[in-house]
Design a protein around this ligand. Structure first.
Ligand SMILES: Cc1cc2nc3c(=O)[nH]c(=O)nc-3n(C[C@H](O)[C@H](O)[C@H](O)COP(=O)(O)OP(=O)(O)OC[C@H]3O[C@@H](n4cnc5c(N)ncnc54)[C@H](O)[C@@H]3O)c2cc1C
Length: 352
């Protein structure tokens, strides 16, 4: 009998199975390539909310765990995944600059926000005000990471590239069986796929579509990540990722003309030189009503679990939340109430 069946191998599935590896647990993963959120993500780890200059939920603590977590895969697969760079937040008013100084005084923000403002960072970007520098930020190359991880699991015969058919799961008191194989537990890491998951689709996972365009510009020569009305991330070879959009209504997986036009109109307000759009990608962020993850045990079924709801911050959230979930299952530890899906249980099942 397997210890676990895992459904979905995005950042959640990757983090959960890594935690199982640490404990020498046996598992099999099903991945149907239906969702792309983890693959298209900019992979940015940035603890600061750049609109209000506040700390994102638990982000300083999550960051401490996340960096070594991802660095282990650089060693394991001999690839470059963790990139550190600063973000330059473009200000739009003197008031914003003052808010920045107020925020930079706060003890939990002091290490991230530089009080030395920067005047001009690039001759092709107009800026009436200065920039604030956010440090200890960067990105995880989620595509390289997931490719390497999925190949590894496939070679070790731990991954099946196929649809997990929820109807075929049979649940007994102390185990489950699926297509003739028995396992002690199932963990659903199915991202926005949860909408089709009969065990957890009562949870308030809304989904928020995000799109990026990639532009090519020989003239721009920007070597810094800039947060203006859009995020501009240098990728090398005169390529830049620009985005991302946020759309609560469209849940289709394909890139749209509407998002492309919006991003072009935003970038035109920021850069003054010529560029060419050469690519566009889209994914659905598994976002939730209260912006906190949805983690834990099914309210009625003891061996069915969920690890979802990472919203727009999966890179920072996945390592710590997966650890909590496995400690809950294996060591009987309590989950933090703010991530525990129990907070939505009472309403739907009239039970704790
Ligand atoms: C445009 C965009 C930009 C983003 N940028 C950032 C960023 O810079 N930083 C950051 O931290 N986060 C970012 N995010 C958010 C981040 O991508 C998510 O928080 C994270 O990837 C969610 O991971 P997940 O594993 O829960 O979901 P997913 O990545 O959606 O993975 C779920 C997996 O389950 C599979 N699946 C679903 N149903 C089934 C089934 N029935 N059978 C088998 N397999 C199934 C899917 O194919 C998928 O691979 C961004 C998202 C988008 C869309």
């Amino acid at each position: 009998m397997l210890d676990f069946i895992i459904v979905g191998l995005g950042l959640s599935g990757l983090a959960v199975t890594s935690r199982l590896e640490e404990r020498n647990k046996s598992y099999r993963v099903y991945e149907n390539l239906s969702q792309k959120s983890s693959l298209v993500a900019g992979g940015i780890f940035n603890p600061v909310i750049l609109k209000r200059f506040t700390l994102a939920w638990n982000a300083d603590e999550q960051l401490k765990m996340a960096i070594p977590f991802y660095q282990q895969f650089e060693k394991k697969y001999n690839v470059s995944i963790v990139h550190f760079w600063d973000i330059y937040r473009r200000f739009y008013s003197a008031e914003e600059q003052n808010n920045w100084f107020d925020a930079a005084d706060k003890p939990r923000l002091v290490r991230f926000l530089d009080t030395q403002l920067v005047k001009n960072i690039n001759s092709h970007i107009d800026a009436d005000f200065s920039y604030g520098r956010v440090s200890t930020t960067g990105n995880i190359d989620t595509e390289i990471l997931l490719d390497a991880y999925r190949n590894d699991l496939k070679e070790r015969a731990l991954l099946e590239y196929e649809e997990f058919d929820y109807d075929l799961l049979k649940i007994e008191a102390d185990h489950v069986s699926y297509k003739g194989e028995k396992a002690k537990n199932v963990i659903f890491c199915d991202g926005f796929g949860l909408k089709k998951n009969p065990y957890f689709n009562y949870l308030p996972l809304y989904g928020n579509k995000g799109e990026y365009i990639t532009i090519f510009s020989e003239e721009l020569k920007l070597d810094k990540a800039v947060k203006s009305s859009v995020f501009i991330m240098p990728m090398g070879n005169d390529l830049y990722k620009v985005g991302a959009t946020y759309n609560n209504t469209d849940k289709s997986p394909e890139p749209t003309e509407e998002a492309r036009k919006k991003l072009i109109s935003e970038i035109d307000k920021v850069i003054t030189c010529k560029y060419e759009v050469i690519d566009q990608i889209a994914g659905i962020r598994p976002s939730t009503a209260d912006r906190k993850p949805l983690v834990g045990r099914h309210p009625k079924l003891a061996n069915i679990y969920c690890c979802n709801g990472f919203g727009s911050r999966g890179v920072l959230i996945a390592p710590s939340v997966s650890k909590e979930l496995i400690e809950m299952i294996e060591d009987n530890k309590e989950l933090s109430p703010e991530i525990d899906l129990k907070r939505f249980t009472r309403k739907h099942f009239n039970a704790d």
